[in-house]
Ligand binder design. Structure first.
Ligand SMILES: Nc1ncnc2c1ncn2[C@@H]1O[C@H](COP(=O)(O)OP(=O)(O)OP(=O)(O)O)[C@@H](O)[C@H]1O
Ligand SMILES: [Mg+2]
Length: 249
């Protein structure tokens, strides 16, 4: 008789849990572009995939996103960290937990690691301190895999500016802030290489999608190929960033 390993889903009664794939990196590194391409690549392999972004994905979190982006508001580092965590808590409860429980894959544009890098590293609150409030916010939900796009900060800056001349509250930060964020991401990759994989985002978008898909090979159901023979077509409307509001949330 075949004995299922502990924790394996009962194929008759239980749906296999969906996978949570998060995309991380500096502003302008190409996260949204990759998230869209990756979701399409996974869908084309027969998986049910939801594409969401942070902060956002559900109504309350989208409202918090507007507050966080507003350059006219004064928001201290602790309040900022708590606002991100609050938006995340709502996303986890209202959207991620039910979807993952229903076997749906979620490609998520930013998650906890963004807070560790930006508020923990960039703002200097400390990565452990920020991890603590996020463990509370997420009830301990950890992504199955995280892709960190690495790109020199000046390239990320140039891409952000090319996309839109007006910068939001965080995009207006100075170079040393983004250097601290980039260093924090490096530390995260180093600390958890099984979950967090760094990819060179200076490569063209289709190459980045291909490389990301290869990093998911061990998570894909058996029989689903992770190779990408033809480049993935990007979603209509292009990776322009500002227009994703209606498409990715
Ligand atoms: N691999 C790439 N090579 C060249 N240009 C890219 C690549 N990926 C994205 N871009 C371009 O760079 C700009 C920023 O990309 P994108 O919006 O995906 O970045 P992002 O990380 O999501 O930014 P933000 O953090 O501001 O949301 C876009 O104009 C996009 O077309
Ligand atoms: Mg984006």
């Amino acid at each position: 008789m075949l004995v299922a390993p502990p924790g394996a889903p009962d194929t008759v009664t239980e749906m296999p849990r969906g996978r949570l794939i998060t995309v991380e990196g500096l502003d302008g590194s190409g996260k949204t572009t990759l998230a869209v391409g990756l979701a399409e690549a996974l869908r084309s392999r027969g998986l049910e995939v939801e594409l969401l972004r942070e902060p956002g994905g559900v109504e309350a979190a989208e409202r918090i996103r507007q507050v966080l982006a507003d350059p006219a508001l004064r928001i201290g580092a602790r309040a900022e960290a708590m606002l991100y965590a609050a938006a995340r808590a709502q996303l986890v409860e209202e959207s991620l937990e039910p979807r993952l429980g229903a076997g749906i894959w979620v490609v998520l544009d930013r998650f906890v690691d963004s807070s560790l890098a930006y508020q923990g590293g960039g703002r200097g609150l400390g990565m452990e301190e920020v991890a603590d409030i996020n463990r509370f916010a997420t009830r301990g939900l950890i992504p199955d895999r995280t892709i960190v796009l690495t790109v020199p900060p000046e390239v990320a800056r140039t891409r952000t500016r090319a996309r839109s001349p007006s910068l939001d509250r965080l995009e207006q930060e100075h170079d040393d802030f983004f250097l601290r964020v980039a260093e924090a991401y490096d530390r995260l990759v180093e600390a958890d290489p099984k979950r967090i994989r760094a990819l060179d985002a200076v490569e063209p978008p289709d190459r980045v999608v291909k490389a990301a898909l290869e990093q998911l090979a061990d998570l894909l159901p058996s029989g689903v190929a992770c190779d990408l023979k033809t480049p993935v077509e990007q979603g209509s409307g292009g990776p322009g960033g500002q227009s994703w509001g209606g498409k990715i949330r």
